[in-house]
Design a binder for this molecule. Structure first.
Ligand code: 2RA
Length: 340
């Protein structure tokens, strides 16, 4: 059978990527509906060779939808998506609005796909940095039991949407021409040739909301209520791939070779870890290689020599596309679980 699919926030980076993923994965779409602000209503976007007219997003617009993909911000998601559920649709929402609600499954298909079964109408897509870090962490947890994570993230400008990407491009262009830097917008200070160690507001003991998501969402997705995470999230002058340095502390012994073997066959993971490779692209993952594809690339694998228990710590580096697996691809994969 096929389904009437709606996308709320169809004109944003994630919404447009969702459209592309639906086509790439040949999702059984009977009819497509695109919802966005009044400003975009009336414009058209092409889907499978047909022009689809964008409709204004209102509480009543979801009538007839079987599945609604949420690609809008927290406020609009909270205001409108419950109406999609009332209209009989199952919602897969990319915002943070519902992620921690106890009757809302928070799903990474490679980890806890079976949780979609207990949804009450809304399924939440995790935060991009959480998805990208947990895809390689989960198989290592299955092998040796993860108790603690130390994470540093290097997050792309795409996390701040299309405006964030355009602003970085303008700053880089200005630098290249030796022109004065354009006035930074509200989303951050200047990013080109800079790093911004704050994503979201300061929320808990000096940790930001983005940093606390890693622990809070990680516990829910991996069903590990005791998991402890120390995360530092940094915005970096990269366009659309997030990178993360992750150190895991395990309950049981695991050697570096065992960890490598686990990741070499892990779902959603590509192992790129050859210190002797002449070409950097074969030696380790880099954002320029991982953008616009769906796998999480993992490399720089080491035993954690700082862990007093010699065989209970692994450190690795990973990169993944924030708009794809970090958001749109994961959401469409959840939709595929629903219709399987
Ligand atoms: C960011 N994860 O990177 C947040 C929201 N996409 O800005």
């Amino acid at each position: 059978s096929s389904y009437n699919v709606g996308i709320l926030g169809a004109t944003g980076a994630v919404g447009q990527q969702m459209l592309e993923c639906l086509q790439e994965r040949d999702f059984p779409v009977a009819g497509l509906r695109l919802f966005a602000s009044a400003r975009s209503a009336g414009k058209t976007i092409e889907f499978k060779g047909e022009k689809v007219v964008i409709e204004e997003a209102t509480p009543q617009c979801f009538k007839g939808c079987d599945i609604v993909l949420g690609a809008a911000g927290d406020g609009i998601a909270k205001e409108l998506l419950p109406h999609a559920v009332e209209a009989g649709a199952t919602v897969i929402d990319n915002s943070h609005a519902f992620r921690m609600d106890e009757d809302v499954p928070l799903v990474v298909p490679e980890i806890n796909g079976e949780d979609v079964k207990w949804n009450k109408g809304i399924i939440a897509n995790p935060n991009c940095a959480t998805i990208i870090g947990l895809v390689p962490t989960w198989p290592l947890h299955q092998a040796a039991g993860v108790q603690r994570m130390i994470v540093s993230t290097y997050q792309a400008a795409s996390g701040a949407g299309v405006p964030g990407m355009r602003e970085l491009e303008a700053q880089i262009a200005a630098m290249g021409k030796g022109e004065p830097m354009p006035e930074p917008s509200s989303f951050a200070a200047q990013l080109a040739s800079n790093l911004i160690p704050q994503i979201g507001g300061f929320k808990y003991e000096g940790f930001t909301s983005e940093e606390m998501k890693f622990q809070n969402e990680g516990r829910k997705i991996m069903h590990l209520p005791e998991l402890r995470v120390n995360c530092t999230c940094v915005r970096v002058p990269v366009l659309r791939s997030h990178s993360e340095s992750i150190t895991l502390e395990f309950e049981r012994d695991i050697t570096l070779e065992q960890a490598r073997e686990v990741l070499a066959s892990a779902p959603g993971v590509k192992l790129v870890d050859d210190r002797d490779a002449a070409d950097a692209h074969d030696r380790f993952p880099m954002p320029i290689d991982t953008s616009d594809q769906d796998l999480i690339w993992v490399g720089r694998m080491r035993r954690d020599i700082s862990n007093p228990n010699e065989s209970r710590g692994i450190t690795f580096w990973c990169c993944g596309d924030q708009i794809r697996k970090g958001a749109a691809t994961n959401a469409v994969q959840i939709a595929q679980l629903l219709v399987k």
